[in-house]
Design a binder for this molecule. Structure first.
Ligand SMILES: NC(=O)c1ccc[n+]([C@@H]2O[C@H](COP(=O)([O-])OP(=O)(O)OC[C@H]3O[C@@H](n4cnc5c(N)ncnc54)[C@H](OP(=O)(O)O)[C@@H]3O)[C@@H](O)[C@H]2O)c1
Length: 326
């Protein structure tokens, strides 16, 4: 597993990380032993970067990671998020409340200081006002967090964060079905040494190439209840693309791949081919998926022709169907 720099933090992280939203049972229920198997498999495959949040399963994801972390001699880097729990969202943002939320995360994770704390899609006005970034700087000084970054939905929010010198990392939506970050954002991130963390690399599973129109999702799975953005930002579920159309687009995308290449490998490798990326946090509900996803690190870069074909496909067939803005 190759490692990459995490922005200006001085840390190195595995280029394939593990997204742990699933461990909060928000993609259907995952048994304790399966959760442990996912974490252990990732670690054994060389994953040193794990992404979670206080709200994933109302703390369950952090608790599971914290319990597992205790068993390790060399713990990996664990990033969590703050900003969407009911004490803060939508209008309870104060320094004291942010501090309390982070202290609770640290307790669940079993750490004194959080490796990387990310603002979790806080409302635009809260982000742009800037106070919350200053609070994070204070909390870093106080030692509750070692580094901080932000997870955002829109490209203008991402650019704003990149231009704030204090941020170590920026978490964005970026995948074969959402390519716009390459033009303006990546150069800014590079210039300001902000490490990009990529979420939804498989567009909630669409880019695994295995989804069918008849697949149903459990009631507690956001791919059921947030399919059209009823609970939170529509872009976080299937990348904002209506599900049935997304299945068709994934099938079409397969037809432009060279023989013998699978969409899931291409989708992950395509992201890794961008050097501004620090880590790709694919989420998984099964240890076999972790095995598969971690192998993308060892794959050769995609050809220039394939990159061009995927860029063309995105512009012509996908971009106009993304709901919720870019
Ligand atoms: N606002 C935010 O900050 C935010 C929002 C969303 C996500 N995140 C983070 O980003 C991580 C990744 O995003 P995500 O999990 O939503 O999307 P994703 O990584 O694009 O998709 C995950 C889903 O893809 C399927 N999958 C993964 N690997 C596979 C493989 N090898 N073969 C077949 N299917 C595979 C699984 O679906 P099945 O379950 O159907 O098997 C899995 O649940 C999350 O875990 C979370 O840590 C952050």
């Amino acid at each position: 597993m190759y490692q990459r720099k995490l922005g200006k933090s001085g840390l190195e992280v595995s280029e394939i990380g593990l997204g742990c939203w699933q461990l909060g049972n928000d993609f259907g229920a995952i048994e304790e032993n399966v959760a442990l198997d996912i974490l252990t498999t990732a670690y054994q495959q060389g994953v040193t970067f794990f992404d979670t949040a206080d709200v994933y399963g109302a703390g369950l994801s952090e608790e599971r990671i914290g319990q597992w972390r205790k068993t390790l001699d060399t713990p990996p880097i664990i990033a969590t998020k703050v900003g969407r729990n009911p004490n803060l969202y939508p209008d309870g943002y104060t320094k004291a409340a942010v501090k309390e939320s982070l202290a609770n995360s640290a307790k669940r994770l079993g750490v004194e200081a959080i490796d990387l704390a990310q603002l979790h899609c806080v409302p635009r006005d809260v982000l742009f006002a800037g106070d919350i970034i200053a609070w994070m700087e204070d909390l870093q000084q106080e030692g509750l967090i070692k580094h901080f970054g932000a997870s955002v939905e829109m490209l203008d929010e991402a650019l704003f964060c990149c231009n704030s010198k204090a941020l170590t990392s920026l978490q964005i939506l970026f995948n074969v079905f959402r390519q716009d970050a390459t033009t303006e954002l990546f150069p800014a991130a590079e210039q300001n040494e902000v490490g990009i963390i990529v979420r939804l690399p498989l567009a909630s599973g669409l880019l695994s190439g295995k989804m069918t129109k008849t697949r149903s999702f459990e009631q507690g799975d956001h791919r059921n209840y947030n399919r059209d953005g009823a609970a939170f930002h529509v872009g976080e579920t299937f990348n904002g693309i209506p599900y049935e159309l997304g299945v068709d687009l994934a099938e079409q995308a397969k037809t432009i791949l060279p023989e013998g290449m699978d969409l899931v490998d291409v989708a992950l490798r395509w992201i890794l081919d961008h050097p501004q990326i620090s880590s790709v946090i694919a989420g998984t509900t099964k240890a076999e998926q972790v095995m598969r996803n971690t192998q993308a690190s060892a794959l050769p870069p995609l050809s220039v022709e394939l990159h061009q074909a995927l860029a063309e496909f995105y512009k012509l067939h996908v971009r106009q169907h993304i709901r919720g803005g870019i």
